[in-house]
Each structure stands twice: as structure tokens, then as C-alpha cells.
Design a binder for this molecule. Sequence first.
Ligand code: ADP
Ligand code: ADP
Length: 226
Amino acid sequence: RFDVELVAVTKRYSATTTAVDDISLRIPRGSYCCLLGPSGCGKSTTLRMLAGHESVSEGAILVQDVEITTLPPIQRGTSMMFQDYALFPHLTALENVAFSLKVRKVPKEERLKRAREYLELVQMDNLANRLPNQLSGGQQQRVALARSLITRPKVLLLDEPLSALDPFLRTRMRAELKRIQKELGITFVHVTHSQEEAMALSDMMVVMNDAKIMQAAPAREIFETP
Ligand code: ADP
Ligand code: ADP
């Protein structure tokens, strides 16, 4: 069983820019998958096509056996967490997390109850009433994570989620991401240019270069010398 399948997916931005060139990939259910590669190799484009923020030029995308290639973002079973958090500055942590459910017309009491649960999951329930500017970078990131999980996605997409953090927090959040992924049992697809980060997190590692997939395998098979 696969949570994500890309079937011969190509993305052309113009006649001269092919950002993703005929890639195929299957990500097993409940995996922590890292997309690793140098800047400009097509990682973000791949993630944005999964999220529905970018159209596909050719090929198909499936989530849990359902084709989602042309569905709008909120109907795909995916959710995206961005590197710059993008919290609403005038809303508290709790309100920020609950907001995704407001858009989906979930009643207020249910929204706030679930928002508290997800703040607890990211260990931020004690700071629920703070505004974003009263939180550290790492704390804001936990709130952003709760906000992207509260819609109960089948697949969470993370674009360089640790790159804005200092090295100490980066290591801590890395462990947190792994814990939360295992606790929820959903697939995470995490874009990074750091081999160390991908090694530490991946069940499955996908190495991209120049718009192509070079290797897709468990991390140890890719980097262990025989
Ligand atoms: P990565 O995430 O690996 O850094 P990207 O997916 O951002 O790579 O970019 C892959 C290629 O596509 C690069 O050559 C980049 O300049 C180009 N590209 C990315 N986004 C756009 C866009 N919106 N319009 C045109 N070209 C783009
Ligand atoms: P990242 O590598 O994290 O995707 P970038 O700085 O490459 O960040 O891209 C930031 C934004 O600029 C993205 O929305 C991307 O689509 C767009 N972009 C990147 N490269 C190009 C390009 N060559 N032409 C037009 N837009 C681009």
C-alpha cells in the first residue's frame, strides 16, 4: 500500500525550463520520506505539485490510490507546512491552529477542542493564548506544525521546515518531527538539501539531481558503504 504515487510526472515552467523531468515514485504508507538534493534540482516543485500549488505538465499523482492530479489543495488529503511558518500575527496560537478548521466550516466549540489537542501534541498547550510575536522561532514552528496537522491530512508536506532554526533547535525539532510522524502514523514528505538531516529522519530517502530522481531507497542502503 502506498500513500503517494507519482507516475511519470513532468513539470515545465517554460520551453527551456523543465524543473521535474519524468519522475516516478511510490512512498509506502506511514513513511518518513525525505527528498534530498542540491538547490534548483526540483524538490520544491515536486512538493508544490503534490500540494496542488503548482500544476502538473504531464503525468499523474495518487494519494492512497485516488488520483488527485488536478484536485484543488484542500481536497487532496495533503497539508503543507512552510519554512517561514506564516502565522496570522493578530491571532493567538490557539486561534491560528483552529483557523484551518474555520475555513472548513467546523463549528467553533469543536474547532477549539481539536486545536487544544494538537497544541498538546506539539507541546505548546501551555502557551495557547500567546500571539506569534510573543513566541520564539521554535515555538512558532510548533504552532505552524499543529496548524498543518489539525485537518488530519493523509500526507504532510514540509518544505525545508528546519532551515530557519538555529542548530540546537534544529536538532530538537528534528526529533519532534520524527516523534509526531510516528505517533500519528501518517506519511511525511520532507524537502531538504541537508544529507545529515535526511539521514537522521528518513525511512525512505529520495535523492534528486537536475530534475530527475537518482535513487529512492532506505537511507542506509544509499549511504552505507559495503
Ligand atoms: P529546489 O527546490 O530543488 O531548489 P525548485 O523546484 O525550486 O528546486 O526549482 C527547480 C527549477 O525550476 C530551478 O531551475 C528553478 O529556477 C525553476 N523554477 C522554480 N520555480 C519556478 C517558477 N515559479 N517559474 C519558473 N521557474 C521556476
Ligand atoms: P525554494 O528553493 O525554497 O523553492 P526559491 O527562492 O528557489 O525557494 O523560490 C522562491 C519562489 O520563487 C518560489 O515560489 C518559486 O516558484 C519562485 N521561483 C524560483 N525560481 C524561479 C524562476 N527561475 N523563475 C520564476 N520564479 C521562480
